[in-house]
Structure formats: C-alpha cells, structure tokens
Design a protein around this ligand. Structure first.
Ligand code: NAD
Length: 252
C-alpha cells in the first residue's frame, strides 16, 4: 500500500481518469475526496470504493467557481484533517475548434475549468502543504499541452498553461517538501468528447487525422498508475516535470 494515511483530493473524479485515480488511490490506502460537478456520480464512485473496504467522501464542486474550490478543500480538511495529495483532473474539451472559429465564451469556459481551476485548487492547498513542508500535486495536462495540432485552440492553450503552471509550482516550492508534476495522456477511452456541446467545424473525420497515428487508445487505469507513481514516495526525486503516457504517440 503506497498511500497509507494520505488524504487525496481528486477533481473530476466521477468518471474517466479521475474515477480510476480515486479508486486506485483508495486501494493503496488513501482517504479520497471524490469531487465532481456531478455529485450523484461521485457518490456512486465513493460507494464502489467503500464496497471494497476503502475510505472516500463525495463533494460537489465546480472547479470553475472560487467558492466551490474553497468549500472542497474545507470539506477535505473538516473530514480528514488535512490534504496530502491534490489531483487536478477535471477538464473539458472543445472538440477541435480552430482559432478562427473560437468565441470568447468558449475560450473562457475552457480556461475556467482546465487552467483557472487547477490554479485555484493549488492556491488553496499550498498553505496546508507549506505548514507541514509536504504535499504532492498531480495535474492532468494532455499531449495537446505539449504538441499543438491534435486538439482545439482553446484546449491546446489551456493545457500548455497547465504545463507552465506545473513547472512554476514545482520549481518555486521544491525546497519546501512539495512536488508538482503533470501527466500528458494521449487519447484515452473516456467521455471527454461529450464534455461540451460543440461539434467540430471540420467534422470528426478531419479532427481525427492526427489521431490516426496514435498507436492505440489508453485506458483510464493506465493513467491512474502513472498518477499513483507521481503521488507516492517512489517519485520523491520527480518534480516540475511532465510525464507523457501515450504508448509513444508523441515520440515522433
Ligand atoms: P471525463 O469527461 O470522463 O471526465 C472528466 C470529469 O470532469 C467528468 O466527471 C466531469 O463531470 C468533470 N468535470 C467537468 N467539468 C468540471 C468542473 N467544472 N468542475 C468539476 N468537475 C468537472 O474525461 P477524462 O478524459 O477522464 O478527463 C480527465 C482529464 O484528462 C481532463 O483534464 C482531460 O482534459 C484530460 N485528458 C483527456 C484525454 C482523453 O483522451 N480522454 C487526453 C488527454 C488529457
């Protein structure tokens, strides 16, 4: 058990990678706060964890709202006393909308969830981490946060920003027992494609052109294993970096 005694907050944990991360962390001994917009689905994840003997709490939180983020971290501290691990996983995708088609509204919606959300959760947990000189942050970025051609403009920019945030936080707090890393998954079998109602102006055929070279789609559990490594002491010398998990898609 690699996370015994740790308290982990996972955002967007009602489905996909967040769910897989919450379940694996709980199986490794963490007390897990399963947070999502969709609290009923988060509660179902909690019940699944409890059925296997794990410990978890569902908390409704929209990471795009400052007051929700405050309530999320407060709820974790009230229930479990602290936060040791923060996983910024909640995210939405703009379905390959190129810059010429972008509206301010879409740009702001994507950034509010994918970039401002992680900034806010990080800002809230850092005082806890600094007090105990310990803490781990795992941000779920994207291959689109490293390479530009395979997602929409807002999504790509928002995930590049998450990579920058990760590197900055990793560096700034490196001497204080805090680590901050990101994972850049390639295509993973989840519901992200339906996260907003914005069909691709190209049609999915065109949108998938870059994706055809993807060796295969990943499963959420494969990303969860990377997130477990980064959260655990096994990654004690890993900080301020991005781990790609994409079966080699972005290697060429
Ligand atoms: P998913 O849609 O299955 O899960 C995302 C979860 O986030 C959902 O449960 C959703 O309800 C929640 N969510 C959305 N907006 C939220 C908000 N404002 N506040 C709180 N929760 C919110 O998708 P997924 O693929 O598991 O996505 C997880 C992360 O992985 C995202 O950050 C996504 O950008 C990233 N990612 C996904 C892929 C992929 O191919 N699926 C690839 C690279 C990166």
């Amino acid at each position: 058990m690699r996370l015994t005694g740790k308290v982990a907050v996972v955002t967007g944990a009602a489905s996909g990678m967040g769910k897989a991360i919450a379940e694996l962390y709980a199986a490794e001994g963490a007390q897990v706060v399963v947070s999502d917009l969709r609290v009923e689905a988060a509660q179902a994840v909690v019940e699944g964890i409890e059925a296997k003997g794990g410990v978890a709490l569902a908390v409704a939180a929209n990471v795009a709202k400052e007051e929700d983020v405050q309530q999320l971290i407060d709820a974790a501290v009230e229930k479990y006393g602290t936060v040791d691990i923060l996983v910024n996983n909640a995210g939405i995708m703009d379905n390959f909308v190129p810059a010429a088609e972008l509206t301010d509204d879409l740009w702001e919606r994507i950034f509010a969830v994918n970039t401002t959300g992680p900034m806010r959760t990080i800002r809230k947990v850092l005082p806890l981490f600094l007090e105990k000189k310990a803490g781990v942050i795992v941000n779920i970025a994207s291959a689109g946060g490293l390479f530009g051609s395979r997602a929409g403009a807002a999504y790509t920019a928002s995930k590049h920003a998450v990579v920058g945030l990760t590197k900055n936080v990793g560096f700034q707090y490196a001497t204080q027992g805090i680590r901050c890393n990101a994972i850049a998954p390639g295509g993973v079998n989840t519901n992200i494609g339906t996260s907003i109602n914005a069909p691709s102006p190209f049609g999915m055929e065109r949108a998938m052109v870059g994706i055809q070279v993807n060796p295969r789609a990943g499963e959420p559990e494969e990303i969860a294993k990377v997130a477990l490594f980064l959260a655990s002491d096994d990654a004690s010398f890993v900080n301020g970096t991005v781990v790609t998990a994409d079966a080699g898609w972005t290697a060429y």
